[in-house]
Design a protein around this ligand. Sequence first.
Ligand SMILES: NC(=O)C1=CN([C@@H]2O[C@H](COP(=O)(O)OP(=O)(O)OC[C@H]3O[C@@H](n4cnc5c(N)ncnc54)[C@H](O)[C@@H]3O)[C@@H](O)[C@H]2O)C=CC1
Ligand SMILES: N[C@@H](CC=O)C(=O)O
Ligand code: NA
Length: 446
Amino acid sequence: MKVAVLGCGSVGSQVVRLLLEQADDLEARVGARIEIAGVAVRRLNAPREIEVPDGLLTTDSAGLVARDDVDLVIETIGGIEPARSLILRAFEHGKSVVTANKALLAEDGPTLFEAADKAERDLYYEAAVAGAIPILRPLRESLAGDRVTRVLGIVNGTTNFILDKMDTAGSGFNEALDEAQELGYAEADPTADVEGFDAAAKIAILASLAFHTRVTAADVHREGITEVTAADVKSAQEMGSVVKLLGIAELVPSPGFETVASATSSTSGGGSDQGGVSVRVHPAMIPRSHPLASVREAFNAVFVESEAAGQLMFYGPGAGGSPTASAVLGDLVTVARNRLAGTRGAGESAYADRRVLPMGETVTRYHVAIDVDDRAGVLAAVATAFADHGVSIQTVRQEGRGEDAQLVVVSHAATDAQLSATVKALREMDIVREVTSVMRVEGGDE
Ligand SMILES: NC(=O)C1=CN([C@@H]2O[C@H](COP(=O)(O)OP(=O)(O)OC[C@H]3O[C@@H](n4cnc5c(N)ncnc54)[C@H](O)[C@@H]3O)[C@@H](O)[C@H]2O)C=CC1
Ligand SMILES: N[C@@H](CC=O)C(=O)O
Ligand code: NA
């Protein structure tokens, strides 16, 4: 079998290395030798991490994917174009495709799935979410008989590294970002990481698979970590929590349904049901006892809750050329085997067609730290602001006295709209000097 590799950057170069170094083992596992037909690059003599054998490099990516002798195409160029056109062209010419491209899948996955269906070929993309960690195949295959209710993920290595440094070394945001860039985790332009775009693409892909529906990056409520301050991190520490950038996808029962289980058990013949989904990326405080709190440095983890299996956690390296290439090669073995057997894996499963809730309707909890005047009636006034917006308080503690008095309130679950209206009202109160920290709370009791 012949494989075309598109792109020879961090991931593509490691894919080529593994294809060459492990050719004999791959042959034994697949049942056919996998040879590289060509490696498409932008410039033939650019510096590369590996030496590509003579005659394989080409700048004609469109020609390579259409070649008659090519069976399989690996796309590691990234971005929307020309990656999308090349993948569509590969399907038009009957190739099976493996890609690491989360941005493209999250923006325009359905176009790719439809092309794969029409061509009756495979489209596999394990590397696109959390790098080496097997998470898409478990959702698509291992958990296909269960009902997933929630996915919580630390799916961006750069932001986890920054938040971890702020927590453990007391680093400031910029200092931690500089270190992440020096260590090669962050992109040269780290906007996609720190503003949550990368995590948003990944949680859109996870939500689609977990809930058998279509969720695109545009559906995801997204907040990055640029506003996270040392005060937020300290406030989290004081309540035994840690700040993480979380990708969250959860099944939400429709009004009138008591639980997710009752909503989903109403499934009709066509498979659609009454539950919607909330899909979001934002910083959140989680208790240090939660398994995700132990995910340090640039590691990733995806915590899955399902009705029958209960809680599962998938952990490991979510970025880097070699770990990501491991996931690409795993997919390659599967699609090559399928091709030899004249079959294909499961395609897109989007039968449930669920509504994506606006953030205002999403039920969350807030941690709010407020600098206040330390005098009689202040606590009651603050509590009233919460009550006026229908938000119940779980805990309040006071820190400091006089000029330094601070109230730290953790709410019970309420809609995000109720909670943000409460914070707005607090900011307008005379007794409130400053609202110093507002952050959502996840992973604890409601
Ligand atoms: N680097 C990582 O840790 C991870 C990357 N990914 C995904 O893997 C993909 C590749 O990422 P990286 O290797 O990190 O990016 P990269 O920027 O290191 O490599 C992309 C390569 O594609 C080349 N390229 C651009 N246009 C081309 C064209 N028209 N024809 C041929 N080559 C072209 C570029 O010159 C570059 O060498 C992206 O979709 C990324 O999101 C996924 C998980 C982790
Ligand atoms: N920049 C990403 C790389 C992989 O997706 C990250 O930091 O996780
Ligand atoms: Na993965």
